[in-house]
Design a protein around this ligand. Structure first.
Ligand SMILES: [Fe+2]
Length: 203
């Protein structure tokens, strides 16, 4: 049964063994997504919440806003992604001489686990109209990688330096956009009575 503190300690013990050992721990955790949700709490906001952070290990609770996407980026460290609610669509990219091109994709539902090597480039889409929640474990300090990280503009695919503040603001903007659509749809009042069908005599 998932327990946050035990999960952290298991990852701390396993990180030196590498990605495969972390994968097993994450797979076990997300095999009961509802349990992870009850332990970490129902998400109130989209965002990146660190659960544990050290130079060789970062554990993050990712909450993706409905229908949000994150531009292609690399990590410069291995990562393991486990989904405990919703769905993450990952597009994998490879470098070309001048830019990047899409090379594959994987859609991750509840209980699915993906392992990404240190050089992998991916972009992420939450394709559904509710929050998607995932545990991401990184073999390094996600927030201050030892080697500079890149991201690619989603429209032009031009490489630039990764910027954590830009990433955090993307989560905030995506949540605000979703809340705005909820408010505007609430302005339409449902009809109190179904339209009456006129009889031919009334026409
Ligand atoms: Fe990522």
């Amino acid at each position: 049964m998932f327990d946050k503190d035990r999960f952290i300690h298991e990852c701390m013990d396993a990180v030196a063994e590498g990605q495969a050992a972390i994968r097993e721990i994450v797979a076990e955790a997300v095999s009961d997504g509802a349990r992870v949700m009850s332990e970490l709490g129902e998400p109130q906001h989209a965002g990146i919440t660190p659960i544990y952070r050290s130079p060789d290990l970062t554990i993050i609770n990712f909450v993706w806003a409905p229908c949000m996407s994150l531009m292609p980026h690399n990590h410069q460290m291995f990562s393991v992604i486990g989904i405990y609610s919703g769905r993450e669509d990952n597009v994998f990219w490879r470098r070309t001489e001048t830019t990047i091109e899409a090379a594959g994709a994987r859609s991750l539902g509840v209980g699915a686990v993906a392992t990404l090597g240190r050089d992998v480039i991916h972009s992420v889409l939450n394709p559904i109209g509710k929050m998607t929640c995932a545990i991401h474990v990184y073999g390094g300090d996600f927030f201050e990688p030892a080697e500079p990280r890149s991201e690619w503009d989603h429209e032009t695919l031009i490489e630039r330096s990764w910027n954590i503040d830009r990433v955090k603001s993307l989560f905030r903007e995506a949540e605000a956009r979703f809340n705005a659509t909820k408010q505007s749809s609430n302005q339409f009042q449902p009809m109190q009575e179904p339209p009456r069908v006129l009889r031919s005599a009334e026409l």
